[in-house]
Design a protein around this ligand. Sequence first.
Ligand code: CP3
Length: 344
Amino acid sequence: MTETKKLLRSLAGEILPTPPIWMMRQAGRYLPEYRATREQAGDFLSLCYTPDLAAEVTLQPIRRFGFDAAILFADILLVPQALGAELWFATGEGPRLSTIASQADFDALKGKDDIHDHLAPVYETVRILARELPAETTLIGFAGAPWTVATYMIAGRGTPDQGPAHALIAENRPLFEALIDRLTEATIEYLSAQVEAGAEVVKLFDSWAGSLNGEDFDRYALEPARRIISALKARHPGLPVIAFPREAGPRYVGFARATGADCVAVDNSVSAPWAAAKVQVDGCVQGNLDPSHMVTGGPALVEATRTVVRAFAKGPHIFNLGHGITPDADPENVALMVETIRKG
Ligand code: CP3
């Protein structure tokens, strides 16, 4: 059968007349219908663990904008919670977790095969979406990459420079590496279960990859991604994988080849022409409009959108923002972006 889903065609290396489109955090607080469903759920984590409502917010941006892909509504921090960490979201302050500071903290974590009871509602959300999405829309599953998830588990919260995780590397590298290994193994099981439930593509979010330097980038960003991707592809032949080593800068070059990813997502700290020349030579690239245009709009949005489309037009491309859309964005600007891309 000839593939008809645009996102899957780009991931297979096809160059299309106009690129498939989706946005990181497309189900989010900038949409009034999201805010209403979140209120119905009570709080963010209840929304993640209530399959009907998580599926509903996943579908909202598809109905409104007709994106080519839906991303499962969940969070990268559900995996630490499934491993036994405490997780809560303090209003206005972002995520909080119990910390991993000692061998005893690590020893208390669950094993990679003991996460599925906790994560069963997420798999149910995937099953609902696989049934309900329009035939042309691709379903993307995801997980956080081990390094990024470890930074939250070690610090117990988001940090500007990932200082506590870097400190643990310096003070107790074996403990840090044991945590990376556990997360790598759990991520393989988690993503594999999402694929079995109906996810057609998976994406690995390494939001803090940019703070790993030199050999640490190879050991803790590249190597875990390579292990996860090769294990997933062994179990699910042909499964496309998108890797997002955010703010990797020059380390984006060769990342797809080194890890086996089918597509590398690039943030907007690199220019689209640079990424086209240096990264797209190896295959599909996803990105990379500055998300601030979704707040400001106008002719600058149209111009910047066209610049991204033109820069990547000679190779396989998935249009996206360079990072997640922010709560202060205007849905009208998203509609203008989509219209600008689709009218070619
Ligand atoms: O993209 C999507 O629409 C799918 C759902 C999704 C969420 N988080 C929902 C969410 C995805 C793919 C994520 C990934 C995620 N979560 C990352 C990696 C990507 C990135 O943004 O760098 C990270 C680092 C997290 C951890 C996390 N979750 C933080 C730091 C926060 C608080 C910051 C914030 O935006 O408020 C969250 C909460 C979160 N995850 C929200 C959403 C829609 C906002 C929660 C709310 O409704 O209040």
